[in-house]
Design a protein around this ligand. Structure first.
Ligand code: AQP
Length: 328
């Protein structure tokens, strides 16, 4: 049995990309592994957040984890800021991470190119180390992530190897787990960029979007000037993206979908996808409404925090000792 850790930051409302690239894999992995799934609120505050919105979204994501099928009897679900060991370990790891390594992080470099450095917080710069702490704290051997997070799992590995060499065997070296399909769901209006919480409203399907809006977004998704429904990322990124989404939520392979829609035009294909997606998302939304304001959600998060704090404080004790910090 492997230990698995992953998280999603409440920096915006959850997207279909978050579901396909992350949560759908969490649901599968929980059956045969020891899983910890976290709402990484400390990562969200690396950029400005409105406090009431942040609190609301943090609970929304926890409720969506459950609504999407994460089972609290199989996995530990908790909020990152409720486990202080994440910050404690992050500092120790920061003292074992080089500035040059952080300078090479693609997400940081992209942000600097787009926005310059004057408004960037040092939290944005060091967040890969906090993510390394999230992973290493629980001796996670597998980290399910979308493609955009691969470099962050890589730096967590580098830090763990360096720490183990310097202080003796302490951390399990984690590996990434990237789904074969859906590792990068693209924006519906610009299929060359990733669908994300902060992308254009029209290009992004939110898990809590109204069904009418979901239909509208799918029907107006950018495709190409041809009419064949074929998976070809290079020449037909829009239709390939829609095929990936269809395949994941219907459990039908892309090849079978291509055959099924061989005589259809883009409008017919999109309508079929919209029907499937609306059915799929409304069933998640129904469960979400039942769970969101329930006592059960608070109880699950309280229990999750207790479990994570127990594991985390044991690990911190061990790490402090190795580094030479006083800890009884
Ligand atoms: N479009 C996507 N396709 C596949 N996987 C995705 N993930 C996010 N978008 C896609 C995966 O979801 C997990 C949680 O991501 P996160 O919210 O912690 O960070 P993120 O990747 O920065 O997500 P966003 O939506 O892009 O947020 P913003 O806009 O705030 O930066 C990760 O495993 C991620 O790979």
């Amino acid at each position: 049995m492997k230990t698995i850790f992953s998280g999603i930051k409440p920096s915006g409302d959850l997207t279909l990309g978050n579901y396909i690239g992350a949560i759908s894999n969490f649901v599968q992995l929980q059956n045969e592994n020891k899983c910890l799934f976290c709402v990484v609120d400390l990562h969200a505050i690396t950029v400005p957040q409105e406090k009431l919105e942040l609190r609301k979204r943090t609970k929304d994501i926890a409720a969506l984890y459950l609504a999407c099928g994460i089972d609290p009897n199989k996995a530990t679900i908790f909020i990152q800021s409720e486990v202080s060991a994440h910050n404690q370990l992050a500092w120790i790891l920061e003292c074992n991470t080089y500035v040059g390594e952080l300078n090479r992080m693609t997400q940081y470099k992209d942000k600097v190119l787009k926005e310059g450095t004057s408004a960037l917080t040092s939290g944005i710069y060091t967040y890969p180390v906090l993510m390394a702490a999230d992973i290493l704290l629980y001796d996670s051997s597998l980290v399910p992530v979308g493609e955009d997070q691969l470099q962050h799992v890589e730096i967590a590995r580098d830090i763990a190897v360096r720490f183990n060499n310097k202080y003796g065997e302490t951390f399990v070296i984690p590996e990434h787990y990237v789904p074969k399909i859906g590792a990068r769901i693209m924006d519906l209006q610009n299929p060359t960029i990733k669908m994300s919480k902060s992308s254009s409203a029209k290009g992004c399907i939110l898990l809590l979007d109204d069904p009418k809006i979901i239909r509208k977004k799918i029907m107006s998704a950018i495709t190409d000037s041809e009419s064949s429904i074929k998976y070809d990322i290079k020449n037909k990124p829009g239709i390939s993206n829609l095929l990936s989404i269809f395949s994941i939520i219907s459990n039908i392979s892309i090849k079978d979908l291509e055959s099924q829609f061989v005589n259809s035009n883009y409008g017919e294909f999109k309508k079929a996808l919209a029907d499937e997606l609306v059915d799929f998302i409304t069933s998640i939304q129904k469960r979400f409404v039942e769970i969101r304001n329930s006592q059960q959600l608070d109880d699950i998060l309280d229990q999750g925090a207790i479990t994570a704090n127990n594991i985390g404080s044991r690990k911190i004790k061990k790490v402090y000792k190795k580094v030479g910090l006083l800890r009884k």
